[in-house]
Design a protein around this ligand. Sequence first.
Ligand SMILES: Cc1cc2nc3c(=O)[nH]c(=O)nc-3n(C[C@H](O)[C@H](O)[C@H](O)COP(=O)(O)OP(=O)(O)OC[C@H]3O[C@@H](n4cnc5c(N)ncnc54)[C@H](O)[C@@H]3O)c2cc1C
Length: 282
Amino acid sequence: MLRRFQVHRATTVAEAIELRIQFGDDAAVYAGGTELLLAMKLGVARWPHLIDIKPIAELRGIALNESVLRIGATVTHWDLERDATVARAIPALSALERNVANVRVRAAGTLAGNIIFAEPHADPPTLLMALGARVILAGAKGRRAIPLVEFVTGMYQTALAADEILVAVEVPVATARRAAYVKFQILERPSIGVAIAGDVHDGKFAEAPNIYVGAVDEMPRRVATQTLAGASLRDAGTADALAEAARDAVEPIADLAGTAEYKRHLVGVFARRALAAFAEAA
Ligand SMILES: Cc1cc2nc3c(=O)[nH]c(=O)nc-3n(C[C@H](O)[C@H](O)[C@H](O)COP(=O)(O)OP(=O)(O)OC[C@H]3O[C@@H](n4cnc5c(N)ncnc54)[C@H](O)[C@@H]3O)c2cc1C
């Protein structure tokens, strides 16, 4: 059952920050509400005040400025999957967004909310980390940019300060850069996600690629890839080395989707599939 709460509609970033300071721990930022209202309904969290950031014009919209794709904090998964600029600039992100949750969650849920909730069983953070994304935060002391890999600090934990809101997610875009994301999912949320991003030259990794494994551990984990610089994308040896490195990168958590041992095995399988998808995209 939902307990009574009051919604405060912020119309500027400054107003949202003021409300954060005014209500402190008694308030939560409210975007799509798909996690927030569920947690409140289940009684696992209670906030007497919600700060609705959807009226803030600055937080809307997707823009490609030179080599950075900027995604506003109230942009939903549904917006992202249908956006032509995203499809052109980062096709792997479009494809990922089409497979997040169900259409009702995608229509209301935002990318920013997904990142900030830091639920381990999530898709976008894994790919965005591989792509070198950063988040832009605004607080009482001004704005700061922080790499996503530093922003997510653990299970349901981020570096967001008590007075801050996330304003945008910025993803570097380079024409030579390729990316792929594959996942394994039998429950409501993913059990394993593997993302690869890197430059390709002559069918080989031009340098060590960025590879992350998500959803299996407390947070996405980086795979050691130094030995893959110059490796041919379609060599069996490359797939073997990647599968082993990916399995070594994670400490899988056993849950309804499987034991830790089973998940570690699947990480190897999905690392190979990610490489095949990456080779296809290159
Ligand atoms: C049934 C179901 C299935 C799902 N399946 C998947 C899946 O397959 N893959 C996947 O990746 N995810 C999945 N999700 C997660 C989904 O992507 C998130 O619920 C959604 O993106 C959260 O966004 P929101 O706008 O609704 O966040 P909200 O619920 O509004 O907020 C979530 C958290 O972020 C905070 N917050 C939100 N925006 C800001 C901001 N700008 N600044 C500061 N704090 C902020 C809120 O205070 C809250 O703590 C699923 C969720 C559900 C309910």
